[in-house]
Design a protein around this ligand. Structure first.
Ligand code: EPZ
Length: 420
């Protein structure tokens, strides 16, 4: 994504104050897609106004839905869905639009879409999605880069996922909701966003149980009903704000957060020397002047989340000592480290392992965002360094963060946005 927006970050200041966490991007996208399953009207609240949700809404409109946003409420009228093909240019804009395949097959018994290209963090195949569809009796044929899925009736079946893929789990759930009979997904992903999807589907009248465990059971129903649903808070945005403040030795009160979703991140921040107190929906962090180094291994939930890997590394660049990070989920999720090294970080990458030698401070200069979380890592690291850092290609960051610069400036940061 070649783009022209930049952040100019003048770092070196301690951040302190309060911030409110926005709705979850990774819960909103599958739930927006799932609204197609109801031949009626769905109201969603707390959907973040970010690039990726805008693209998802554009695709829903392209498929014939009427969608309108009134502040943080989105109203989707899916009665006029009249297409089952996701346009290639929209698939390319956001690979997670593959989740619409499950919704379209669930509603129309067919879907056509282009292979969602890889992206900056890896090849990101969809073989597990397609295998799950085939288990449910869906015929799949691929030609000239397009995948055509069709079936007469969807019959509930046992599905075993070779890997607890979040997207494949979500797609299998969506196809099974209106199927004949019962579907059991084993080795399912256990992320909180899967629980949010289950809660939404059940509010529409589906019969789904087990989300949050590695076995999800979906009893097919005849039809769904109109409903309203509040999206869960974004645990990765919450983690990003915590790391941004911790990098500067500051303090933060996070509101509208679910601390239970952040346990592995909270444990690592405590190992770094942060003091953390939590209630049901708030989290208070007090960081030390200088953080300790820590070792991290990313794992499927409830392990340490891969989406927080880059952001923790951005924070650890100026910690005391050496940190070792192993990325076990995506094969190419260290591109951002070259950019951090350009402003004085000392990071060495060997395959899936990154070794981060803490430095006293980062210099300043110009760095380029290469993906969503890698871009956020550059912002976090720049907050510690005195002087001025320019982060370019910020459209990557705008894909997943609602007003990140404004939230950080409200805590005392000095970030200006430059277009062009
Ligand atoms: C979801 O992506 C998230 N995106 C990602 O967040 C997150 O990093 C990822 O889950 C892991 O937690 C959304 O929810 C929109 P996977 P997804 O299928 O579903 C391999 C962010 O920054 N795999 O769990 O695409 C895959 O290559 C984004 O917000 C297959 O091999 O992730 C990867 O190595 C980035 N075959 C691993 O599994 C498949 O059919 C995990 O992928 C599917 C996946």
């Amino acid at each position: 994504m070649k783009t022209c927006g930049s952040y100019i970050i003048r770092g070196g200041k301690k951040l302190e104050g309060e911030a409110v966490v926005s709705g979850s991007k990774n819960a909103s996208l599958p739930i927006l897609a799932a609204s197609i399953l109801n031949n009626g009207i769905t109201k969603l609240y707390n959907v973040p106004n970010i690039h990726d949700t805008k693209v998802m809404i554009e695709i829903l409109r392209n498929l014939g839905c009427k969608v309108k946003r009134v502040r943080d409420k989105i109203v989707i009228d899916a009665r006029s869905v009249n297409k089952q093909e996701i346009p290639e240019e929209l698939m390319r804009k956001m690979r997670s639009s593959v989740i619409l395949a499950g919704a379209l097959i669930g509603r129309m018994n067919s879907a056509t879409f282009s292979c969602p290209g890889g992206c900056d963090i890896g090849a990101r195949p969809i073989d597990l999605h397609l295998k799950a569809f085939e288990n449910l009796g869906i015929k799949i044929c691929e030609n000239t880069g397009y995948i055509h899925c069709t079936c007469d009736t969807i019959v509930g079946e046992k599905i075993h996922l070779d890997f607890p893929s979040v997207g494949a789990t979500e797609n299998a759930m969506l196809v099974a909701v209106l199927a004949k009979g019962t579907t059991i997904i084993s080795n399912a992903a256990m992320e909180p966003e899967i629980i949010d999807l289950q809660n939404f589907l059940n509010k529409m009248g589906a019969k789904v149980t087990g989300a949050g465990t590695n076995e999800i059971v979906i009893q097919g129903v005849e039809k769904l009903k109109d409903t309203g649903y509040q999206i869960m808070p974004d645990r990765i945005e919450a983690g990003t704000l915590l790391c941004a403040v911790a990098t500067t030795g500051g303090n933060l009160k996070l509101k509208k957060v679910i601390p239970d979703h952040l346990t592995p991140v909270i444990e690592k921040l405590k190992e770094c020397g942060c003091k953390i107190e939590t209630t049901k929906d708030t989290l208070i962090l007090q960081a030390p002047k200088k953080l300790n180094s820590v070792d991290i291994k990313t794992m499927p939930y409830p392990g340490f989340p891969t989406d927080m890997q880059a952001i923790l590394v951005g924070m650890l660049c100026t910690a005391k000592g050496t940190s070792i990070v192993v990325e076990n989920i995506f094969e190419n999720r260290y591109k951002y480290t070259n950019e951090l090294n350009r402003i004085g970080a000392k990071i060495m990458v060997e395959g899936r392992t990154a070794i981060i030698k803490g430095v006293r401070k980062l210099g300043n200069g110009t760095v380029e965002a290469t993906d969503l979380r890698g871009g956020a890592a550059l912002v976090v690291a720049s907050l510690r360094s005195n002087g001025k850092t320019k982060v370019t290609n910020i459209e990557y960051i705008l894909r997943g963060y609602e007003n990140l610069d404004e939230k950080l400036n409200a805590l005392g940061a000095n970030i200006t946005k430059e277009v062009g």
